[in-house]
Ligand binder design. Structure first.
Ligand code: MEV
Length: 293
């Protein structure tokens, strides 16, 4: 039995906007999805992941890798699915690495990324690839659709709190919804996109300078832009407001929204623990995480 993992991810800046070719910043987190594989007489997925989508995703990965043998797959997730933390990409990355090991294929990170992206296309239709990049490379990365990644070395870790709003969202539907908002409001959307690009530039500088107050403020503005394009629910707003009232430097949706998860930026590990606790008491499953570093 071979076991491999893909990291879950958070997006600090740029979900949805990255679909339109502008840069975003994402980070791998400690929690992810562990995939185990063994050879079998037929392809088999054990447990809740045995869905039509996953069966097609497995076929896509095997096809891309030129694998004809059959496998039995087990999945253990440490993050909620359909909640903006990149569980499907983490699964696809874990599976690609595990299959490569099982069939003695040497595979570079770039190929893990491109292979797992074939599966993500089945799950999400038109993915930018940002989730797969974070699940493959981990760390803090700058991502541009179709252009690969750049590692961002900011010299220190950022402390965040990840909170699940309790509501699951469909990335595919949310991305399609944003496309419709764009089509109905081309001029306005262009302006929002260029505001985001300005925000991104300032965010990248603030990260390099370690200016966490500025990063927090820009996260709040990024959240506002996500509300403007229609992907924030009342749960996302509630979590963002509670986190800010409780002293977070910034709080925003992470991932596709429509519920899913929010992240909040705090100053240090002890603040992260306290805030996670407070959000839990308000009914939102939360955990502290460190990104970058
Ligand atoms: C999902 O984690 C991020 C989105 O921008 C979709 C994508 O980039 O593929 C909403």
């Amino acid at each position: 039995m071979i076991k491999e993992r893909g990291s879950g991810k958070v997006i600090l800046f740029g979900e949805h906007f990255v679909v339109y070719g502008v840069p975003g910043i994402a980070a791998g987190i400690d929690r992810g999805v562990e995939v185990s594989v063994k050879e079998s007489s037929e392809d088999k997925i054990v447990g809740e992941w045995n869905t039509e989508g996953t069966r097609k995703a497995v076929d896509a990965i095997k096809k891309k890798m030129g694998i004809e043998g059959h496998i039995e797959i087990g999945v253990k997730e440490e993050i909620p699915t359909k909640a903006g933390l990149g569980a499907s990409a983490a699964f696809s990355v874990g599976l690609t690495k595990a299959v490569a090991k099982l069939f003695n294929k040497k595979i570079e990170e770039e190929e893990v990324f491109s292979t797992s992206l074939e599966a993500e296309k089945i799950y999400h239709g038109n993915p930018s690839g940002i989730d797969n990049a974070a699940a493959t490379y981990g760390g803090l990365i700058k991502f541009i659709k179709g252009k690969g990644i750049e590692r961002l070395d900011i010299g220190k870790e950022l402390n965040i709190v990840v909170s699940f709003t309790g509501k699951k969202g469909s990335t595919k539907e949310l991305v399609e919804g944003v496309k419709k908002v764009k089509e109905r409001n081309e001029g306005v959307f262009e302006k929002l996109l260029s505001s985001y690009v300005e925000l991104y530039k300032e965010g990248e500088n603030a990260l390099k300078q370690g200016n966490i107050e500025k990063i927090g403020e820009l996260m709040n503005i990024n959240h506002g832009l996500l509300s403007a394009i229609g992907v924030s629910t009342k749960e996302n707003e509630e979590v963002a407001h509670i986190a800010r009232e409780e002293g977070a430097l910034g709080s925003k949706i992470t991932g596709a929204g429509g519920g899913g998860c929010n992240i909040a930026l705090v100053r240090d590990e002890s603040e992260a623990g306290e805030l996670a606790h407070k959000l839990e008491r308000r009914g939102f499953r939360s955990f502290p995480a460190r990104i970058g570093g």
